[in-house]
Design a protein around this ligand. Structure first.
Ligand SMILES: NC(=O)c1ccc[n+]([C@@H]2O[C@H](COP(=O)([O-])OP(=O)(O)OC[C@H]3O[C@@H](n4cnc5c(N)ncnc54)[C@H](O)[C@@H]3O)[C@@H](O)[C@H]2O)c1
Length: 417
């Protein structure tokens, strides 16, 4: 089989991560083009690709160059996805699109319709589906070991510093400039509810708010930036000086050349970038806790709790024969765990999980690797996905949940197209 040709539009943190994995899978993928206005980022991808790689500083010139790959990976920021994806579909590409597919459900629907009309495949980067943990969950469900699935309970603990990094100081802090939390972060979880129940949602309700990361919670005398000298620095878990120590690797996602930067350069970055700001004095509006309750089309009931103040995901799936319980990570070693409890005799059986190296956030517990490793099968051959927007049902659930939250918990009918 010849290699699958891929082009990368948006060579930021995600785009470079996918490029690195593709390049490591010797001979199965060929990177033919890299597109990004920041020259050092395209240079990074071009170095991983062969000598024939084409480099573009903007999306327009890339799309004018004709079709340069089988699959286009779109890893630009949330608000650019719809425009880049529609241009890519019209230019003849199948797409691996970073989530969310678009900033509104109407635009997701439009994208789905366009892809179907043109007979093109759009896969979303739902990396959790490709982790050994969720793969094992799906295998147990598909094998029928739970009997008929009746109830799903899921939770996502973002972890306080991660919340501050991405959703208070960072790219996804404001729903006007990106998308609401339940879409930006929890579209993974909404997708999992649909994927594991085998159904789209029928109705959904939701509650949630921004509670902690607001001006009124600021410690007395806290300045606008941690680098201005804060009297509460000693006990503040969000002190941005942690980027010089235990949170240093997080800078790689937002600061060019962070890996080589010395302390002085990092301090300079903290004095001028959003990541040095006091978490109680930012322009954030996305929630730090939210609950969602859904009734699926097939009768399964599902709930999801998102909170900034826990770490990792937990999951319970209750069926007529057995219950599955687990989480990632759960134990002190940070490893995921999964158990099956048989209703018939009360026996509890651990489900073995393959080990993944601990790449944490960057690697999504093996999901980034699993996604890229699956790309060729996803886009060609007998197991290729259907034309259209794969994962649309989860986006519908998430967008309707946000509307319910804004309306004070009013029940929303999903899938009213
Ligand atoms: N699947 C996941 O689990 C996951 C995790 C984190 C982020 N994301 C999503 O991935 C996307 C990218 O996130 P990121 O952290 O890599 O962001 P990033 O800001 O590091 O990368 C975006 C890149 O797009 C480039 N860009 C901007 N305009 C462009 C244009 N017109 N043409 C080409 N390139 C352009 C920027 O220069 C930047 O390098 C976001 O939509 C985000 O929500 C997904």
């Amino acid at each position: 089989m010849p290699p699958l040709d891929i082009a990368i539009l948006g060579c930021g943190s995600r785009g470079r991560g996918y490029a690195k994995i593709a390049a490591s899978l010797g001979g199965r993928y060929r990177i033919t083009a890299a597109v990004d206005p920041v020259e050092t980022r395209t240079a990074f991808v071009a170095d991983l690709a062969g000598p024939d790689v084409r480099v573009f500083a903007d999306a327009d010139s890339f799309f004018h160059a004709g079709k340069l790959a089988d699959v286009l990976i779109i890893a630009t920021q949330d608000q650019d996805h719809f425009g880049h994806a529609t241009a890519a579909l019209c230019a003849g590409y199948d797409i691996l699109l970073e989530k969310p597919a678009a900033e509104s459900i109407e635009r997701c629907r439009e994208l789905d319709g366009l892809a179907r009309t043109l007979g093109r495949r759009v896969a979303l980067c739902f990396v959790l589906r490709y982790t050994p943990f969720y793969r094992a969950v799906k295998d147990v469900v598909d094998a029928g070991s739970l009997g008929r699935v009746v109830t799903i309970r899921a939770s996502e603990g973002v972890e306080p510093f991660h919340q501050a990094h991405s959703f208070v100081r960072g790219h996804w802090r404001n729903s006007e400039t990106s998308t609401p939390m339940i879409v930006a972060k929890c579209s993974h979880d909404a997708d999992l509810l649909c994927w594991l129940s085998g159904s789209a949602a029928k109705t959904v309700t939701s509650h949630g708010a921004l509670d902690w990361f607001t001006g009124e919670r600021a410690p007395d005398g806290a300045p606008a930036r941690c680098t201005d000298g804060c009297p509460a620095a000693g006990e503040c878990i969000y002190d941005s000086h942690r980027y010089l120590g235990d949170r240093r690797r997080w800078l790689g996602m937002v600061m060019d050349h962070a890996e080589e930067a010395d302390d002085e350069r990092i301090l300079e970055f903290l004095r001028s970038s959003p990541w040095g700001r006091c978490v109680y004095r930012c322009d954030n509006d996305v929630v730090d806790h939210q609950v969602v309750a859904a009734e699926m089309e097939n009768g399964v009931t599902a709930t999801l709790t998102m909170t900034a103040f826990d770490c990792g995901r937990t999951l319970e799936i209750h069926g007529t024969k057995a219950s599955l319980r687990g989480g990632t990570p759960l134990n002190e070693a940070g490893a995921p765990e999964l158990w099956l409890r048989h209703h018939h005799d009360g026996r509890v059986e651990p489900i073995p999980l393959p080990e993944v190296d601990a790449q944490g956030y960057a690697g999504h517990g093996g999901g980034d690797f699993g996604l890229v490793d699956s790309l060729d099968r996803m886009f060609r051959g007998p197991d290729a996905i259907e034309p259209g927007l794969d994962g649309f049902a989860g986006h519908e659930l998430a967008f309707e949940a946000e509307l319910s939250r804004i309306e004070g918990g009013e029940a929303r009918r999903v899938n009213r197209a």
